[in-house]
Design a protein around this ligand. Structure first.
Ligand SMILES: Cc1cc2nc3c(=O)[nH]c(=O)nc-3n(C[C@H](O)[C@H](O)[C@H](O)COP(=O)(O)O)c2cc1C
Length: 187
């Protein structure tokens, strides 16, 4: 009985978080801790158009200030399907979700868009910004970014042996993408 009640309350919470509408905020008023946002909550990066896009979970990233504007920096391995989209597209979005979506983020971070339709598999609801970029109704935070820089990690420049080990275990390298943060929406 207690389990049924807990499930019911969790479903209600999930539904209420989905039904809230987004409001636009100034990035400087963002309440989230930028380290926890990536390391603990995880984010979903999406690049592409309404008819052809790809999404994946990321936990490496940074929010900051560069060249006079707010930026989001993310790291995408060249083996990911998302890599193709990140290179091709001018924009990308970063979405954060509540704990109730953790299982969806696990699917999005373990399956490839080459093999399955991850939006269908997770039941996420795609929405589109005025610029045509994809985000999700179930998100609690959305950053819309314009790609302004990319570069590949140079293996000779790794100074931490623990990092060298990461790339020895999985040789495909990360490309760094810096996005200018254009819009921020929260619920
Ligand atoms: C918690 C978590 C964090 C991840 N962080 C990253 C990351 O920062 N960069 C990256 O390239 N892959 C990361 N991944 C792996 C990709 O999400 C995963 O390989 C995904 O299936 C790629 O999908 P795609 O082939 O459709 O692009 C992460 C996975 C998980 C579960």
């Amino acid at each position: 009985m207690k389990t049924k009640l807990t499930i019911f309350v969790l479903m209600l919470l999930a539904l209420s978080s989905c039904s809230k509408s987004f409001k636009q905020i100034d990035v400087k008023t963002l309440k989230d801790n930028p380290v926890s946002l990536f390391a603990d909550d995880w984010m979903v990066v999406t690049a592409g158009t309404s008819t052809d896009y790809n999404l994946m979970t990321i936990s490496w990233g940074a929010l900051g200030n560069l060249w006079g504007y707010p930026t989001a920096t993310i790291y995408v391995r060249d083996s990911r399907n998302t890599f193709t989209y990140m290179n091709r597209e001018r924009y990308f979005t970063l979405c954060a979700f509540g704990e109730e979506c953790r299982d969806k983020l696990k699917v999005i971070g373990s399956k490839s868009g080459r093999d399955i339709d991850k939006v269908k598999a997770t039941g996420l609801t795609p929405l589109y910004t005025d610029l045509g970029n994809v985000y999700y109704k179930e998100a609690r935070l959305v950053l819309e970014c314009e790609k302004v820089y990319f570069d590949d990690f140079a293996p000779n420049n790794f100074l931490d042996p623990a990092v060298v080990k990461i790339y020895n275990n999985e040789p495909s390298l990360h490309r760094v993408f810096v996005g200018k943060i254009l819009n921020v929406w929260v619920k």
